[in-house]
Design a protein around this ligand. Structure first.
Ligand SMILES: Cc1ncc(COP(=O)(O)O)c(C=O)c1O
Length: 396
């Protein structure tokens, strides 16, 4: 019941135990095509360029940023938590001239603040997190893409923690690049990063396209690749190459992580069978029950609650209580894992998730009951039965 990774849906585990097939086996290429189509629905986009990057969510972020940023580009990173800092760090490593704007952890940016920053910095790319798991805040994105485009910037968004738990409309919100992971609301393991690029973003990436010398009939003198200095600075994360691999060209790049593909495909199939609106409603319901429950126990919630993601809540550790000892006891005695956070919030809050397979009534109620018992043993003044009662009211 932490902020992810969470318990994997058993159907995903089963899918991942299937036998492997070769990467150009028609069954495999059909799975790849099917997975692209499924993730277009998950991201709410018609983007042809929708693929999986092999690696954890961070691999998707690196692929997007290293492929969209040419060294020397001006990039704006609005930071409202740990993962905004991660975007800044990766953009810096890509050689960008990075401009950061920060708001205190526990809040998000207003549209006016974002526009003022874009007007001032004039970036070619704005890199933003939707749900920053470290603070649980959910940055509103409606209108942000259109605003970026008015100033000639592309918009990249990290939706790792928020996708499927909170609305995300890639096309309607004019987002140019989005990356995710499986281990949060998609109910899978970490290790595959769904990614989608708008036609505008594809144009930038394609301008930097190169083909490995060993794949060309005539490698040319010294076997240099085609794109020269504009070439994307990573081979593994070169989205032009990854698009060539996933596209009709099927140009060899990495060996697709077949088992992760099975897992990613099953996550999306599960989600779309249940229905995207239904999955969002489930996260909203169980998130509301958990929020009411922790408050019913008498605990204080961190940050701007109106802006938090549905699928995770951060709770202040009560004064005098050893937060890590509580987490350890929950795990040892009840088999329930919850998280703390990072940086300024490390040890100060607990983060409790209701996401993916764990966005369920029994999981919420059992967690609240267990937390009450452990808190009482630690001398915290909790309301007896207050957590489950408040959650049950939400379910009534
Ligand atoms: C918002 C966000 N972005 C990026 C990451 C990094 O993901 P990974 O650990 O899968 O690389 C996480 C992980 O928790 C996250 O919550």
């Amino acid at each position: 019941m932490g902020p992810g990774p969470v318990t994997v849906d058993p159907r995903v585990l089963r899918a991942m135990s299937a036998q492997l097939v070769g990467q150009y086996d028609p069954a495999m290429t059909a799975y790849m095509d099917e997975t692209r189509a499924l993730y277009r629905e998950v991201f709410a986009t018609d983007n042809e360029a929708t693929v999986l990057v092999d690696g954890t969510s961070r691999a998707g972020i690196e692929a997007a940023l290293v492929s969209l940023i040419t060294p020397g580009d001006t990039v704006l990173v609005p930071v409202f938590g740990r993962f905004g800092h991660l975007l800044r760090e990766i953009a810096e490593r890509c050689g960008a001239d990075v401009h950061v704007r920060e708001v205190p952890w526990g809040r998000v940016f207003t549209p006016e603040e974002l526009e003022a920053a874009v007007r001032e910095v004039r970036p070619s790319l704005v890199a933003l997190v939707q749900g920053d798991t470290s603070t649980t805040m959910n940055q509103p994105l409606e209108g942000v893409g259109a605003m970026c485009h008015r100033y000639g910037a592309l918009l990249y968004v990290d939706v790792t923690a928020s996708l499927a738990g909170n609305p995300f409309e890639m096309d309607a919100w004019e987002v140019d690049a989005a990356t995710a992971g499986l281990q949060k609301c998609l109910g899978g393991p970490s290790g595959s990063a769904p990614l989608s690029l708008s036609p505008r973003a594809v144009e930038v990436v394609r301008r930097r396209r190169s083909v490995e010398a060993g794949l060309r009939a005539d490698p040319g003198p010294g076997g240099r690749t085609a794109a020269g200095d504009a070439r994307i600075r990573s081979n593994y994360f070169d989205l032009a190459m990854i698009l060539d691999y996933w596209g009709e060209e099927r140009l060899n790049h990495h060996t697709e992580a077949t088992t992760m593909l099975y897992g990613a495909r099953e996550c999306a199939r599960l989600l779309l069978e249940e229905g995207l609106p239904e999955v969002l409603a489930r996260h909203r319901l169980h998130g509301a029950a958990m929020l009411a429950g922790v408050r019913g126990l008498g605990l204080a919630v961190f940050g701007d609650v109106e802006r938090k993601m549905h699928n995770v809540v951060a709770v202040h550790v009560p004064a005098g209580v050893d937060g890590d000892a509580v987490r350890a006891e929950l795990l040892q005695d009840y088999g329930i894992e919850i998280g703390t956070s990072f940086g300024p919030l490390a040890g100060r809050v607990w983060r409790i998730g209701t996401m993916g397979y764990n966005a369920r009534k029994d999981a919420v109620l059992v967690t609240l009951a267990a937390l009450e018992q452990v808190l009482r043993r630690h001398g915290a003044p909790v309301e007896p039965g207050g957590g489950t009662a408040a959650a049950q009211e939400v379910y009534a």
